[in-house]
Design a protein around this ligand. Structure first.
Ligand code: SF4
Length: 302
């Protein structure tokens, strides 16, 4: 049995049943991929269904204005993704949408679209076009960096090497497009930041397993993503949580007064210490075109 076949056998028994795995529709796959960036699957499941009811296809999404997509995304976080997704739809079908349009037909063509990076274009190619390619996100990097290169904590610097090694790992024929999905699941339940090598189906093939099983590998305390998250003085949450709350209030009819925003989003708000913090978050939302500030009220852009 090849290493990939062993992984797929484990996937057949343990893989998660997720709605975006039952489709090759690039629209649905792109929606799921955009939502899954930095958001947990359990949360995405709820929003994914709602989003598809509200915006079932490229044309419906392309027609939606900023406020409508931000409102529909509200609660998922990292709201710029909503505008980016809508803008990708507009690049594909036009604005206003044309009755006929041509979808990108290869990984390279997907990558030409603004807002589609190397990971997403590879994911679309693998899951929609069934191209033989490996989308490398944090999870795939972690598993393949360990399994193919023996590096306990691989970084994005190793992505080229991982891609090259993945090309040999992927089967030539058959279900190569299922291999990345299997890697996502292995990363989620077994090969986590602190891996459970003892129960891993890949253990006997993995050069990193003896390192972890010896107990000599030191697990870094903080991930890169967490280090980069900004947090104001002693606030309970990172800023992105408060920005999400601001957008929720901005979505009310007529918006929300800037002067009352602080106490509305944070029970521990201190006017003297936090006013500049609120102003900076609102400025950033305005700069990102997620909110507008007019006559002392914050609202959603049209
Ligand atoms: S053996 Fe351990 S390090 Fe290797 S892939 Fe499995 S869980 Fe990850």
């Amino acid at each position: 049995m090849t290493p990939a076949a062993r992984l797929l056998a484990w996937f057949d028994r343990n893989g998660r049943d997720l709605p975006w795995r039952d489709t090759r529709d690039p629209y649905r796959i792109l929606v799921s991929e955009m939502m899954l960036q930095q958001t947990q699957v359990s949360r995405v499941l709820v929003f994914y269904r709602r989003w598809l009811e509200r915006f079932p296809d490229w044309q419906t999404l392309a027609k939606a204005d900023n406020a409508t997509v931000i409102r529909a995304w509200s609660g998922l976080g990292y709201n710029r993704r909503a505008l980016m997704l809508r803008d990708i739809a507009r690049q594909i079908v036009g604005n206003p949408p044309a009755p006929k349009y041509q979808l990108p037909g290869t990984e390279a063509e997907w990558l030409e679209l603004k807002g589609v990076g190397p990971y997403t274009s590879a994911a679309l190619a693998a899951f929609s076009l069934h191209e033989r390619t490996m989308p490398v996100d944090t999870n795939v990097r972690r598993v393949l960096g360990r399994l193919l290169l023996g590096i306990p904590f691989p970084s994005p610097k190793q992505d080229d090497r991982i891609k090259k090694a993945a090309d040999e790992f992927l089967p030539e024929r058959g279900r190569y497009y299922d291999v990345p999905q299997a890697l996502f699941d292995l990363a989620t339940v077994v090969c986590k930041k602190t891996p459970n090598c003892a129960v891993c189906p890949m253990r006997s093939l993995c050069p990193a397993a003896p390192k972890f099983l010896s107990g000599k590998v030191r697990v870094p305390k903080r991930s890169v993503a967490k280090t980069n998250e900004s947090r104001h003085r002693n606030k309970l949450h990172p800023d992105r949580i408060y920005r999400g709350r601001i957008l929720k209030l901005a979505g009310r009819p007529g918006g929300f007064p800037l002067a009352r925003l602080g106490e509305a989003i944070d029970p521990g708000y201190d006017g003297a210490l936090d006013r500049a913090w609120i102003a900076a978050m609102v400025s950033r939302l305005v700069a990102d075109k997620l909110a507008r500030l007019s006559r002392g009220r914050v609202s959603l852009p049209r």
